[in-house]
Design a binder for this molecule. Structure first.
Ligand SMILES: Cc1cc2nc3c(=O)[nH]c(=O)nc-3n(C[C@H](O)[C@H](O)[C@H](O)COP(=O)(O)O)c2cc1C
Length: 311
């Protein structure tokens, strides 16, 4: 770690990161697909694509569509299931990464699925924590998303906490009516930190055919338009909790990443912008280091939550 710029070293809920720049869930697959196009081990870490108990085929094509403010996707949380991730993908990550840290993004359709996935991954090498995607529908409870149901969320996080000693991040939707309150409740049930934010629901229409642009119909909005939404949500969660936060949403430059850190994030994750340019996350690391040098900042993490709110 000694050849990395020291000002960027940081700590995320007890996980030592060589820099605060991570790849967001679902946009880096399980790392192996990116091996030839980006130096994963130069980043702080990556969050895997969603992992469920059973394999999932996902949503019908088209799964993504672009618009001037970013993109919309309905991938349907397609994944090979926890057993393949345990036996194939995580060993690949463990043998190829020395410095970058790995969080597994967990998804479920019933409360107990989350702890089920975590239990299945117990003791696997090269895994540093979990991120719970609670923006998906609780199928047994009529499709309301887990994160919007305080009783289901508390139980889900408690079960996950009982299943592992590793850090657990609960990933929150920007549509929650009171995101700070949900964050506080997740921490009270045993979460170590929060990931802020997931995509925003949206609909793009193919006017010619008068059909949704995506095969599933609706999708999640990501990219530049999500930046101010995620920065505000981060600031609200930081003020209410002071807990470790991974800031996500619309990051495409060092300046965007700095906004999340000043709003209270310990680390940031890049999704859409890295899909468009796989070399961008590495450039953001270099740009953050250059910014610290120019500003004479010896520790970027000292800026965390340093926003000066207007009087
Ligand atoms: C194609 C695609 C797939 C995604 N898959 C997941 C996923 O599996 N689990 C999850 O929690 N979030 C998923 N997300 C959401 C991202 O992790 C991130 O929260 C969101 O895209 C906002 O960041 P961005 O604007 O940098 O893309 C996905 C996003 C995209 C664009």
């Amino acid at each position: 770690m000694n050849d990395r710029p020291a000002p960027l070293r940081t700590e995320l809920a007890g996980i030592a990161l060589q820099n605060p720049v991570m790849l967001a869930a679902g946009t880096a697959a399980y790392g192996d697909e990116l091996a030839g196009v980006m130096d994963l081990d130069a980043l702080g870490g990556l969050v895997t694509k969603a992992v469920s108990l059973e394999p999932r085929a996902g949503a019908p094509a088209p799964r993504v569509a672009e618009f001037p403010g970013g993109m919309i996707n309905a991938v349907g949380l397609a994944n090979p299931g926890v057993e393949v991730v345990r036996s194939t993908h995580l060993p690949w990550l463990a043998s190829h990464l020395q410095l970058a840290r790995v969080l597994v993004n967990v998804v479920g359709y019933a409360v107990e699925d989350f702890a089920g996935v975590i239990t299945h991954l117990h003791g696997v090498a090269g895994l540093h924590g979990f991120e719970l995607n609670v923006s998906c529908p609780n199928v047994r409870a009529g499709g309301l998303e887990f994160g919007a149901d305080p009783v289901a969320l508390a139980e889900l996080v408690r079960q996950a906490r009982d299943a592992t000693d590793l850090p657990i991040f609960v990933k929150l939707s920007p549509t929650l009516p009171d995101i700070a309150r949900t964050a506080t409740a997740a921490l009270a049930s045993g979460a170590t930190g929060l990931t802020v934010v997931n995509t925003w629901p949206g609909l793009l229409i193919d006017v010619q055919h008068r059909r949704p642009a995506l095969g599933f119909g609706t999708g999640g909005v990501s990219g530049p338009g999500l930046l101010p939404v995620g920065v505000l949500a981060t600031w609200k969660v930081w003020k209410a909790t002071g807990a470790p936060i991974i800031g996500v949403g619309g990051i495409a430059s060092a300046n965007d990443a700095l906004q999340y850190i000043i709003a209270g994030a310990s680390a940031v994750a890049i999704g859409t912008a890295a899909l468009q340019d796989p070399r961008l996350p590495g450039r953001i690391v270099a740009d953050l280091a250059a910014w610290c040098a120019r500003q004479d900042i010896t520790s970027l993490s000292a800026l965390r939550g340093s926003l000066r709110w207007p009087e």
